[in-house]
Design a protein around this ligand. Structure first.
Ligand code: C2E
Ligand code: MG
Ligand code: MG
Length: 579
């Protein structure tokens, strides 16, 4: 049954139309003004909208504009229904993107005919579009989930395998105390010792051949039910079946070591290699795969530091690290009141015009003794202890104020993008805070963009969608940051109303030589454009990368090639100089 939304302020007309449509078996929603109409459209995602032009609160043109701004409602067929009948109105409506324009009074047949035609046309378009989208998605998945050097599943597949194995683990533990107390899932991180030296000797091609051979031997020596994936470079991750005794890990590792103990013969040369391994255990060392992998990697790095060719279990943070962290946390508590934070701005450049069209605000902390501390280091701490809320609010306020300043100084209409942390995003009063900040700084919401990461959004999808909708209703834009690193598919993310996709630098790196990165980036841009999203490539460092992004019709770029993040003064000077 098709869903139709009727937006009309005159009760009598609205009731008549609703009655007529219900008699034709449509599911009908109705709204008595434009504002309610927009809300209902977001909520129910109708298949078609009939909308009056002149209405209180928000007129028909306003409704259409609001719907077009949101990717989830932008393509819903829209028919104006109005008593205004001159040619100027008609042209205005069609130019704005309405699908049809019916003047009241009209006959029931006339109205139904227009509806049926629009619904059929839309259904055809939708079918074609979803076919294209499916094709692009399956290609992307293949690229994203398989590593082409080793033909092993890659890092992104790991999450899915881990979920499967964790499921096995829960079934084993359900009614079994032994499993509950002693069961574990080992995650191994393996690295080829001194691989960069081997690469220097054999060249990159030789190095790739070696990795391929290593991958094959490792895979073949692994008992079935255990999984090996390629992480990056010379690193592999092995996910073992749930076990009860650590001894079993040792047996697997011995098997892997044996498999690579015979020399590899490459281009008439024999190469001997050794492996280092780090092990983390679920559930004691972490709940999610990212955390476990980090632990396993840390353990592997310690083995390598001690000469390699061995394995070691992850142990929790050393005392030294812990005390450094506590010092940092204390200093962070005073940083706001002592005015130690500063915002840097990194320009975002349109590839069509070559102009700076916006900037990403990046937080800097000048520690009184330690100097500049990277946000990568202090933001996770602030996230954990809640300080991110006041700090994040300061960032938003400062960024809005600076962006307003750019317009007052005639530097142009530059948008400012602000990174939002998980804790900030989940706060129910975020919208209220934003309204206060926009009002007090005088910054117009169209110039504010919020950057969120995909992993943050999928934590609680329903809640995120609601929160995003309420933020978007303020008129600001939403960007997904670091896309591709958070393990989710674009097709899934389609459910979330956002406007901009930022492709992570790991895909931009070496686009000209890395064929896989090029294929992924190309598909991502294609899909994003199919979904009406704008694309920004992050971390562009070289001209060849830029050239390829241009060829793929990427919309905007950001990166050291154009400019590093700059302090406010330098950023403004750069914009003024217009280079
Ligand atoms: P991000 O949002 O993905 O920001 C991009 C990071 O890439 C920035 O690092 C930027 O300096 C760096 N970058 C830009 N161009 C290039 C390039 O061409 N090559 C390379 N190698 N790197 C480039 P930065 O400033 O250290 O920020 C790191 C992360 O810290 C940000 O990643 C963001 O997640 C977080 N962050 C920064 N400021 C804030 C903030 O105000 N609030 C929150 N919640 N997070 C922030
Ligand atoms: Mg960002
Ligand atoms: Mg990013």
């Amino acid at each position: 049954m098709s869903k139709i939304l009727v937006i009309e302020d005159e009760d009598l007309i609205r009731d008549n139309i609703v009655e007529l449509l219900e008699a034709e078996d449509f599911e009908v929603f109705n709204a008595e003004n434009g504002k309610i109409g927009v809300q209902l459209a977001f909520e129910h995602q109708p298949d078609l909208i009939l909308c009056d032009v002149m209405m209180p609160e928000l007129d028909g043109y306003g409704v259409l504009t609001a719907l077009q701004k949101n990717p989830t409602t932008a393509t819903i067929p829209f028919i104006f229904l109005t008593a205004k009948a001159d040619l100027v109105d008609l042209r205005k409506a069609m130019q704005q993107g309405a699908d049809d324009y019916i003047t009241k009074p009209c006959t029931a047949t006339e109205l139904l005919k227009s509806i049926v035609i629009r619904l059929e046309k839309h259904a055809t378009l939708k079918a074609r579009y979803s076919k294209e989208l499916k094709l692009a998605e399956s290609k992307l998945n293949q690229l994203i989930y398989q590593d082409s050097t080793t033909n092993l599943p890659n890092r992104l597949s790991l999450l899915e395998y881990f979920q499967e194995i964790r499921h096995q683990f829960s079934s084993l533990s359900v009614n079994d105390e032994n499993w509950q107390q002693n069961g574990m899932i080992p995650i191994l991180c393996l690295g080829v010792d001194r691989f960069s030296r081997i690469n220097d000797i054999l060249g990159y091609e030789g190095g790739d051949l070696l990795l391929k051979a290593v991958a094959e031997r490792l895979r073949n020596s692994l008992p079935s039910g255990n999984i090996i994936t390629h992480l990056n470079g010379d690193q592999f991750a092995v996910l073992l079946k749930p076990i009860l005794e650590k001894k079993q890990i040792q047996i697997v590792i011995e098997g892997l070591k044996k498999a690579i103990s015979d020399p590899f013969v490459l281009t008439n040369r024999e190469v001997l290699i050794t492996l280092s391994a780090g092990i983390a255990l679920y559930p004691q060392d972490g709940q999610d795969i990212q955390q476990l992998l980090r632990g396993a990697k840390q353990a592997m790095n310690e083995v390598k530091l001690q000469g390699g060719n061995h394995y070691s279990f992850y142990t929790h943070t050393s005392e030294n690290e812990l005390s450094e962290r506590i010092d940092l946390e204390v200093a962070l508590r005073y940083a706001l009141e002592r005015d130690e934070f500063q915002l840097y701005y990194q320009p975002q450049v349109s590839l069509k015009t070559g102009n700076i069209v916006g900037a990403e605000a990046l937080l800097r902390w000048k520690h009184p003794q330690k100097g500049m501390i990277s946000p990568m280091k202090f933001i996770p701490i602030a996230e954990e202890n809640g300080l991110i809320e006041p700090i994040g609010e300061w960032v938003l306020h400062q960024a809005c104020q600076d962006s307003k300043g750019w317009r007052s100084q005639g530097l142009g209409n530059l948008r400012v993008a602000v990174n939002l942390s998980g804790r900030q995003f989940q706060k129910p009063n975020l919208r209220q805070k934003l309204v206060q900040i926009l009002l007090s700084t005088g910054c117009e919401p169209d110039y504010l963009e919020l950057e969120l990461t995909e992993s943050l959004l999928i934590r609680d999808a329903e809640l995120s969608i609601q929160q995003l909708q309420s933020l978007k209703a303020l008129g600001l834009t939403i960007a997904i940051d670091d896309f591709g690193t958070g393990y989710s598919s674009l097709n899934y993310l389609q459910k979330f109303p956002f406007d901009v996709l930022k492709i992570d630098q790991c895909f931009v790196r070496n686009l000209h030589t890395n064929k896989i990165n090029a294929a992924i980036t190309k598909s991502l841009i294609l899909m994003a454009h199919l979904l009406n999203l704008k694309v920004i490539a992050e971390g562009v460092e070289t001209y060849p990368e830029l050239e390829i992004l241009n060829e793929f019709e990427c919309d905007e770029i950001q990166g050291y090639l154009f400019s590093r993040p700059l302090n406010l003064e330098d950023f403004q000077a750069l914009v003024k100089s217009g280079s």
